[in-house]
Ligand binder design. Sequence first.
Ligand code: SF4
Length: 380
Amino acid sequence: MFSRLYLHIPWCLSKCGYCAFSSRPVEHEKLEQTCELLQQEMQLAAAAFPDNQPLRSLYFGGGTPSLLNPAQIDRLIATSRTLFGHANGIEISLEANPGTVSLPSLTGYHQAGVTRLSLGAQSFNDRMLQTLGRRHTADETRSAFQLAQQAGFSSIGLDLICGLPQQTETDWQSDLEEALALLPDHFSVYGLSIEEGTTFSTRYPDGSAELPDDDQSATMLETADTVLTAAGYEHYEIANFARPGCRSQHNCGYWQRDGYLGIGPGAHSFLQQGNGLRWGNQSAYESWADAILHNRLAAEDQQQLSREEALSETIFLGLRMADGINLDRFAEQFGERMEQRFATEIAQLQQAGLLTCTAEKIALTRQGMLLSNQVFVRFI
Ligand code: SF4
């Protein structure tokens, strides 16, 4: 069972140095083919998993979905509506990179039914953007934001990264101020992590003096929390802040373990089947495309979760959200009470100031949000 759909657009203008996502430099002649294959994969998936509920959210992620033109986005939305149905008030999000959008393209996305735009700003410091290998400038982010407003978007979010090479706390504060000046509805804030196989992993080996150390990076995330919550944003998930009523419904679905179908190379799916069924699509464009062209789904690494795996997953996904874990719902689902099974761990984490526990729920404290990994390991 699923009620959410993720469409992965695997192309970007170029590969950023820190990026470990399933994406590669665009071959423009393949954009139309990608769009057709995504439609075809949706058809195969609709036949293979016929018992979905009308979609409550649809998310265009990547890669850079804003490399598709409005007519292509419109077709993908229409196909998803025909095959899966759309619930009233469906949230349709699109990730866009500044520098790839214009007033006509943004207007087209809005008219096609996109309700939420997520702009990959990352930083408002051109030197940092260059280091990251981003193709846009801070001015282009400001301009993209204003164009999105003119195009009719009322829900616009910004993605930011901290802990960048040679970034100081002052640089980061200035990034936050510049971002706040645009009055977005939503922020996703990540600390840079150096992933294996990226250009950054060779340029900045372990312990590189150019990277802020763990304490400095933690301070930057703490600053984000202080500055954004003071400005009226709700810190509703470890890496996400929203104005009241502006949470990403699609991403909340991931943390609540709603079923979702992932379409496109490298996309992941989760069905509420038994304790949960997870799989990923082949991530290389060619093998994904080859499977779809031969009328086969490109799924691999299918994993039927055990009860214990589902239980751990429910805890570490649920704790990511400020709402925490509803204890009665947990007991209903697993036939045992979380606060009894993990009484020792919960007591120790409460004492350390990382967890709060009431009769209804268990949640991370502010400090727990910043040190979440220390909490999660206790429940695995
Ligand atoms: S734009 Fe995003 S997805 Fe594309 S290469 Fe850069 S970080 Fe990766």
